[in-house]
Design a protein around this ligand. Sequence first.
Ligand SMILES: [Mg+2]
Length: 268
Amino acid sequence: MLDLRTISAVLFDMDGVIYRGEQPLPAVNELLGFLEQHGIVYACITNNAGRTPTQVADKLQRMGLAIPADHIVTSAMATNLYLRSIAPSGTRVHAIGMEGLLEQLYDDGYFLPDQDAPEFVVVGIDFELTYAKLRAACLAIRSGATFIGTNPDRTYPAEDGIVPGAGSILAALSAATDRESTIIGKPAPAMFQAALALLQAEAATTLMVGDRYDTDILGGANAGLQTAMVLTGVSDRAEAETGQQAPGAIYDDLSALLLAWRHAIAEA
Ligand SMILES: [Mg+2]
């Protein structure tokens, strides 16, 4: 059972939690104001490695959600932190990806871009994927480079339907190399650990709020976080209640979470 009085940090999944499609969900700004008022830190986490935090914040701003870029954690940022924890400065890295990933990997100069003899091949969503890019990554992985995937999502919803995500590009490279990638994004623990590090928060007193049982809730619980599921997105109550590990709490939406939090603090 979740005790909201013990929570000092919150991680929010985005799609299905704070917005849906292009529409903000109710009570987001009120909840964030409540958290700030009570000294509870928060971040929004996304498996999408294609966008930079600034691009994500701009999208939120257009929906009327005032969440600054430094409160956004992408799987590209988590990939950078993970690689830094296992590889020294000057390590050669080849990437397939977009601005959100390339900025995180190369802008600070810690890693060196190298297509010919990299020690790591990092692969994320790339709207300009070509055979030549797959070929270069395949050859590098076959030559011994460690294969890293920013996130496992095989598809994602676009305006005109369900389209290939980073996981589909990883699947193509796995088929070509007989190798599986190390995954960074949810539900892998690296994503949650990166967000905790950036918030300087402890897992046991951090609440993961998500709409997807198999990624947000199971992944968060496996990383040692408290969990709360909202029913404004993908998973329904039955999926959460019959799963291998029930969420700490289930709320209809963020309004219900805010109400419960106000009550918990008033009773304390
Ligand atoms: Mg979601």
